[in-house]
Design a protein around this ligand. Structure first.
Ligand SMILES: Nc1ncnc2c1ncn2[C@@H]1O[C@H](COP(=O)(O)OP(=O)(O)OP(=O)(O)O)[C@@H](O)[C@H]1O
Length: 299
């Protein structure tokens, strides 16, 4: 895998507030990476810096080996789709024409299909579209431009579940046919979980988790049952949280379980449930020192 994006020691502060602190990671291509984190964690700031739309204070950012800021050659190979995207005074039908001039890999056929699928009225001025329709238009451009580095910053605002499902399906289909480097910043982790092959979690501007999604699936388990059984099962394991209600305890434990562990759990009458990526991202933010997950690097 080639590194499409490479970030080393990246920091960005705003008047005394540190938005990003010493981030280091690489994204290979092809890959679909989920950029996760709570409000204000620094996701938009990071994506804007990657897209050459914002300065950083220190560290190094490279996209295809070059600094993206004010670098047209690099910027033509990437796109950042944002919720609050501003468009010039255009009608919907003008957007594909304009995008075709900007993006060398623009697929007019795919754009037509997506505009139809999202039922975007060609003659309507963009300013008069509903919030969800404007979001859908961003998705159309983001997918049909087939930029080698495609950054989606919360591409769901105002979209109903059907439209979101359409986005996931189209993203997966187009990525499979045209593999590239896609980054999705999202709060709806579990919805997008199946798409992701890499997970990055930011917490207060720091990268607290960077791992292949497959390594995270099954990396932690919710164990529920009689308190003494849970305690016995927990012995020797790293436990992230423990809650007891009456005679029942629920604990979250790190580490993969094998067949023998499952037998023991069964014997102790414990229920085991895999922790979802969404929950893992929350735990990673709160307990990243205990996670001990390997940091992924593009090779
Ligand atoms: N132009 C700016 N001036 C001052 N502070 C800023 C600016 N841009 C971002 N910040 C601050 O930097 C931090 C990170 O903001 P950012 O928008 O990157 O977070 P985010 O993870 O995208 O959040 P959300 O999920 O809410 O969109 C926040 O505390 C925000 O207030």
């Amino acid at each position: 895998m080639t590194a499409a994006v490479s970030v080393t020691g990246l920091s960005r502060g705003y008047r005394g507030h540190q938005a990003l602190t010493d981030l280091t990671f690489e994204l290979g291509t092809p890959c679909v990476a989920g950029l996760l984190g709570r409000n204000g964690a620094g996701k938009t700031t990071l994506l804007r810096i990657l897209a050459g739309q914002e300065f950083h204070d220190s560290g190094r950012v490279r996209v295809f080996g070059a600094e993206p800021l004010e670098n047209d050659a690099v910027l033509r190979r990437m796109i950042l789709v944002r919720e609050d995207q501003t468009y010039p005074d255009l009608k919907v039908r003008h957007v594909p024409e304009a995008a075709a001039l900007l993006y060398p890999n623009w697929d007019a056929e795919l754009a037509r299909t997506l505009l139809d699928a999202y039922e975007l009225p060609p003659g309507r001025p963009i300013k008069k579209l509903s919030r969800g329709m404007r979001t859908a238009l961003g998705i159309v451009v983001g997918l049909a431009c087939r930029a080698e580095v495609t950054l989606f910053d919360e591409p769901y605002a105002g979209l109903d579940p059907v439209a979101r499902a359409l986005f996931y399906d189209q993203l997966l289909a187009d990525y499979t046919a045209h593999p590239r480097c896609i980054v999705l910043s999202t709060h709806l982790i579990d919805e997008a979980a199946e798409l992701l092959d890499r997970v990055l979690v930011l917490d207060r501007g720091r990268l607290v988790l960077d791992a292949p999604a497959d390594d995270l699936r099954g990396a932690a388990t919710v164990v529920t049952g009689p308190a003494d059984g849970v305690e016995r099962f927990a012995a020797g394991r790293t436990t992230l949280s423990r809650r007891t209600l009456g005679a029942r305890t629920t604990a979250v434990m790190i580490g993969r379980l094998d067949a023998r562990d499952r037998e023991i759990a069964d014997h102790l009458r414990l229920r085991l449930e895999a922790v979802t990526l969404q929950q893992l991202a929350v735990y990673a933010a709160d307990h990243h020192d205990q996670f001990g997950l390997t940091t992924a690097r593009a090779s």
